[in-house]
Design a protein. Structure first.
Length: 685
């Protein structure tokens, strides 16, 4: 194309903006334009750039690129030459190229565009990311040239009005909190701009339209959707309806339960019963012994003296959480005062002594015991001793003699081939040889019966489970009745159940209760050919229900545990409804039975031979001997056994699990772990 060579300049805030303008003006992609940077300022507050591009103006006044880029000096010479030529040919004042360019301005939201004059550039409009620009019905992504005839349409990205409601509930479901926020919908208007060859669209917020506020109905519906039904606060809902923003406002509150207050008995006297337990070893708070020195040295009470006062409690009040669920509280534990010998109840809640003596209590039953003191030995001269209160013997108890007390017994010397029975504690300061001692006689019998009942229940449950498993696995021969199956299992796998059932039946008959329901089941469905009367093995569940009822009744009959304290026993039977404590040499080939614990205190105490059985724990120093004498240490399934030193042939039995030590060991600890396995920690000596 023939034409006049010239140079066009483009100004902008940076070089890229200049190139974009040139691209629009020349209709050429910016990456194909060869240009010369005339000026570039990169200040902090003001940025400016000027580039020049060589073009050729054709006869149709259109411009095309010239491949070669002129230097600054060449551009200056061309401009001067052009001006001189224009003056000579037109006799007019020269005009800067910028005066030929088209312009665009915004005024009160309207676009005013002026077309360029000959040789000028059209106005350019640059869009904004938040503005939707259309020129001549075509969407503009960055910029576009515009003329007076151009149709320019502008719209704005619309912000939708939004509202948020959030509910947060406390872990205990007793409180709920609400938060509400609103986001308005915003309309915009274009900012005015002065006439210029290029403009960047900018805008201001014109109007904010808030979304409708949550109504009371909507809030209640949201509460219901979150299962919040109770304790909704009306005033909080009103605040939510009125205010534009709510932050964690308490919207619902449950009704807290009021805990029960148990009955309380205040003891008004000092006695062995509430002073007898003291710490034995400061390094082991769990190890406790009886202060047997206190027996016989406690000051008594006078007739008419108040022994105890009952303060009634109150039942609790159930609560309700915000979901409407009841929070039940325990019923207050009630105490029923009772009296034995030597006291009475006045005004329904006060226990008063009716005689002079030593006060004592078992549970909520109070007594005033007279003390029977024997100076010297119990032998054929004194005869057997039986007394309703305390008995203190300053000497020995000889062979063939019996001592029976309604409360505690203190023997300051030895017991040999004798029988000692007490409803309270028994303390023997020295040795017990070939004798029997029972503390808490009635409770010992009840506890033995309870143990048998619990054993029978456990075995029945296992028997039922075994039969169910056999049936589920189709391992039973056709034609075998449930009765025959039960009999076979009793004779093979469950012999202990047969023996325990026989033992329980014998105890029931001793009470002359021949119509007892459990006795009937044992005789007609468990023992001997009685199993053949079973049509369905699940009939054994009837026995379990009866046993559970008997256990509940017997538990209520138990009084407070009592204890036995002695120095040493040999070839004897020692029973206690509480603890057995050995303060001296220990035991030799004896049977010891305690509902709670058996404790050997002395570092050199021996437990050599025999059977030592406790409900909760056994703590020994030295067990067995180098000769391998058989010694059995037994606790129930949740109990534990400790031994400082244990020799071979010592049995550690917990529940139905047994471990026999085969080598001398020290620091032995036996227990059942979480997997129901018997664990025996030890160090080989």
């Amino acid at each position: 194309m023939e034409g006049k060579e010239c140079t066009q300049k483009f100004e902008g805030s940076n070089v890229q903006e200049c190139l974009n303008m040139a691209s629009v003006s020349l209709g050429v992609s910016s990456d194909k334009i060869k240009y010369l940077i005339l000026e570039e300022k990169k200040g902090l507050f003001k940025k400016h750039a000027v580039i020049s591009i060589d073009v050729i103006q054709g006869l149709d006044n259109k411009y095309i690129l010239k491949e070669k880029v002129s230097t600054k000096e060449e551009i200056f010479a061309k401009e001067q030459s052009t001006k001189i030529g224009d003056i000579k040919t037109n006799s007019k004042k020269s005009e800067d190229n910028n005066d030929l360019d088209g312009t665009i301005e915004i005024k009160q939201g309207k676009f005013i565009v002026k077309d360029p004059r000959l040789g000028g550039k059209p106005a350019v409009i640059f869009t904004n990311k938040n503005v939707i620009l259309n020129v001549d019905n075509e969407k503009v992504s960055l910029s576009a040239p515009v003329l007076e005839k151009s149709i320019i349409d502008v719209s704005f990205v619309k912000d939708e009005a939004k509202r948020y409601m959030n509910l947060k509930t406390s872990k205990d479901k007793m409180e709920a909190y609400i938060s509400i926020t609103y986001k308005p919908s915003i309309t915009y208007k274009l900012k005015d701009s002065k006439p210029a060859n290029s403009i960047l669209l900018d805008f201001d917020a014109k109007e904010e339209i808030m979304p409708p506020k949550f109504t009371e109905i909507e809030i209640n519906k949201e509460l219901l959707n979150n299962n919040i039904k109770y304790g909704i606060l009306k005033m909080s809902i009103i605040k939510c309806v009125k205010n534009c923003e709510i932050k964690e406002l308490l919207i619902a509150s449950g009704k807290k339960n009021i805990k029960a207050i148990n009955d309380r008995v205040e003891i008004k006297y000092k006695s062995m019963d509430n002073q007898k337990i003291k710490n034995h070893d400061d390094d082991d708070d769990d190890e406790q012994v009886i202060d047997y020195k206190a027996i016989g040295s406690v000051l008594g009470v006078e007739k008419g003296q108040v022994l105890a006062i009952l303060y009634p409690g109150k039942n609790g009040v159930n609560g309700i959480n915000i979901t409407g669920k009841n929070i039940e509280t325990k019923i207050a534990k009630r105490i029923k005062l009772a009296t034995g010998e030597g006291c009475k109840i006045e005004n329904g809640n006060t226990v008063v002594a009716t005689t002079q003596g030593r006060p004592a209590s078992r549970g909520s039953t109070f007594f005033v015991y007279k003390t029977h003191k024997i100076i010297g030995d119990v032998d054929l001269k004194t005869g057997n001793i039986k007394f309703v209160g305390d008995i203190i013997i300053s000497g020995n108890v000889h062979e063939g003699m019996k001592v029976q007390a309604g409360n505690s017994i203190l023997i300051k010397n030895n017991v040999a081939e004798a029988e000692i029975t007490a409803s309270g504690d028994v303390v023997v300061k020295h040795n017990v040889i070939h004798s029997s001692i029972a503390a808490g006689k009635e409770d010992v019998l009840i506890l033995e019966y309870l143990s048998d009942l619990k054993s029978m229940k456990d075995d029945l449950l296992k028997l039922i489970a075994s039969i169910k498993q056999l049936k589920d696995m189709n391992l039973i021969k056709r034609g075998t009745s449930d009765g025959e199956l039960v009999r076979t299992l009793l004779e093979t796998k469950f012999r202990k159940l047969y023996q325990t059932s026989f033992k329980i039946a014998k105890k029931i008959l001793q009470k002359e209760n021949v119509e007892d329901e459990l006795l009937y089941i044992i005789k007609n469905k468990i023992l001997d050919i009685g199993t053949l009367n079973l049509k369905n093995y699940l009939e054994l569940n009837d026995a379990i229900l009866i046993i559970d009822n008997k256990i509940s009744v017997l538990d209520m009959e138990l009084t407070l545990p009592v204890n036995v304290v002695l120095d040493y026993c040999q070839d004897s039977v020692i029973k206690s409804s509480g603890n057995i404590t050995l303060t001296g040499k220990g035991e030799y080939i004896s049977q010891m039975l305690a509902t709670d614990s058996i404790i050997f205190q002395n570092d050199k105490s021996l437990a050599r031979g025999g059977v030592i059985k406790a409900g909760k724990e056994i703590k020994c120093k030295i067990v067995g001997g180098s000769g391998g004498v058989s010694t059995k240490l037994i606790v129930e399934k949740h109990g534990q056994i400790w031994a400082d030193i244990a020799y071979q042939n010592t049995s550690f039995i917990i529940g139905d699990r047994e471990y026999i030590l085969d080598v001398p060991s020290k620091n032995v600890h036996a227990y059942i772990d979480d997997t129901r396995e018997l664990i025996v920690d030890k160090l080989i000596m």
